[in-house]
Design a protein around this ligand. Structure first.
Ligand code: AMP
Ligand code: ZN
Length: 116
């Protein structure tokens, strides 16, 4: 997707503070962090949202969740974290490339976030 901001990050066309990547997924710091640790984990291939995944996307979705703890610990959230995946209009997703927010830090993140 040529006009997708997160595809541009994957392609290196715009910069990001990358914290992890492999062949399938990329993790980078959110540009506007809501908590001391705030990382976005995305599939490198363009998937618009959880509302548009196909059965063959299941392994990559699993990989995103399976890597979350390692990323959180490495970034300074050693004792847990929260994962949020805003989806579509009702989920108030702003960037239409599927991404998991990993939010945390040294202290509890607080009640369910209204908007991150
Ligand atoms: P969402 O509302 O779930 O779609 O969240 C989009 C997130 O992407 C927001 O938390 C933004 O701060 C973040 N974001 C937007 N552009 C960038 C960027 N270029 N680099 C890092 N994070 C970004
Ligand atoms: Zn994209």
């Amino acid at each position: 997707m040529s006009d997708c901001i997160f595809c541009k990050i994957v392609d290196g066309k715009i910069p990001a503070a990358k914290v992890f990547e492999d062949d399938d997924i990329l993790a980078f710091k959110d540009i506007s962090p809501a908590r001391p640790v705030h990382v976005l984990v995305i599939p490198k291939k363009h998937i618009t949202s959880l509302a548009t995944v196909s059965p063959e996307d299941s392994p990559i979705l699993g990989k995103i969740l399976a890597k979350a703890n390692e990323i959180a610990v490495a970034q300074g959230s050693p004792d847990g974290f929260r994962v949020i995946i805003n989806t579509g209009r009702v989920g108030q997703q702003e960037v239409p490339h599927l991404h998991a927010h990993i939010v945390g830090g040294p202290d509890p993140v607080g009640p369910m976030l209204k908007r991150i």
